[in-house]
Design a protein around this ligand. Structure first.
Ligand SMILES: [Zn+2]
Length: 100
């Protein structure tokens, strides 16, 4: 159950970072680790794929140092979801942290 809730936070992190700059799997894993989420490629890559399929992210494969790497960008729809969620995060924050 905790993992389930964490996955929602992880997806929000992904949207947030993809909105700032293009992201890729390994970089995102490091960023999430920094925030206290341990997530392996076996979990993260399917999430990215699902978010792409849901048209929240778009994917572009590029070859860097002879390695194929998938870069993700936020889509217009992804940006709207992020904005909508910001309001909900603020609402939740006010209720359970600020308590007003
Ligand atoms: Zn972050």
């Amino acid at each position: 159950m905790i993992r389930n809730l964490e996955l929602a936070f992880i997806k929000l992190h992904i949207l947030y970072h993809a909105n700032i700059e293009e992201i890729f799997g390994v970089g995102m894993m490091e960023e999430l680790e920094r925030h206290g989420y341990t997530i392996g490629p076996g979990t993260l890559y399917p999430i990215l794929a699902k978010m792409e399929k849901g048209r929240l992210l778009s994917c572009e494969a590029r070859t860097v140092n002879r390695k194929q790497r998938k870069y993700y960008h936020i889509t217009v729809a992804g940006g709207s979801v992020l904005n909508e969620m910001k309001h909900k995060i603020m609402e939740l924050y006010k209720e359970i942290i600020v308590k007003q």
